[in-house]
Ligand binder design. Structure first.
Ligand code: UDP
Ligand code: MG
Length: 143
């Protein structure tokens, strides 16, 4: 398996409910190392641009409002097969369909307010990392 990087967002509900530490703990316990991290608040323009792929979907306006409703914690995770392994830790988009023990099953309150974002492929991960971080902000550790 290749070493990959992926983007995580602890969404506004996750930050507001004090779940940031528990979510980051799960990443590190699973061998996904944070190599960049920042708290910020998206405005509607930036939230819409981040989720541009969903612009035509009926849930898009609500999704933008939700993502701009409070601070988020964005991080880049690095590790073996990081994109897929992060998605496994997160669980399905709809918490009712997420496996027991996943972040969304344990903490999400709806299909919208589902606590975390994770890139869905290596190519989207590269785009999403560049959306938030410059090259000099990534701190891969020597192995
Ligand atoms: N979402 C929603 N309603 C839906 C599907 C998605 O509100 O029916 C929101 C939810 O917050 C989700 C985000 O839009 O995480 C992006 O949707 P996507 O299908 O990319 O799910 P993800 O990759 O986050 O699992
Ligand atoms: Mg997605």
């Amino acid at each position: 398996m290749a070493i990959e990087q992926t983007l995580s967002i602890v969404k506004p509900d996750g930050v507001a409910r004090g779940l940031t530490g528990e979510i980051l703990r799960r990443y590190e316990a699973a061998g996904l190392r944070p190599i960049a991290m920042r708290m910020l608040r998206l405005d509607a323009e930036a939230a819409g641009r981040f989720y541009d792929v969903h612009r035509a979907r009926p849930f898009f306006p609500d999704l933008v409002r939700y993502m701009a409703s409070g601070p988020v914690v964005v991080s880049v995770l690095e590790g073996e097969d990081a994109v897929a392994r992060h998605r496994t830790l997160m669980g399905a988009t709809d918490p009712a369909k997420a496996e027991p023990g996943t972040i969304r099953r344990d903490f999400a309150t709806s299909i919208e307010a589902n606590v975390v974002h994770g890139s869905d492929a290596a190519a989207s991960a590269a785009d999403e990392i560049a959306f938030f971080f410059s090259r000099l902000e990534l701190c891969p550790r020597p192995r």
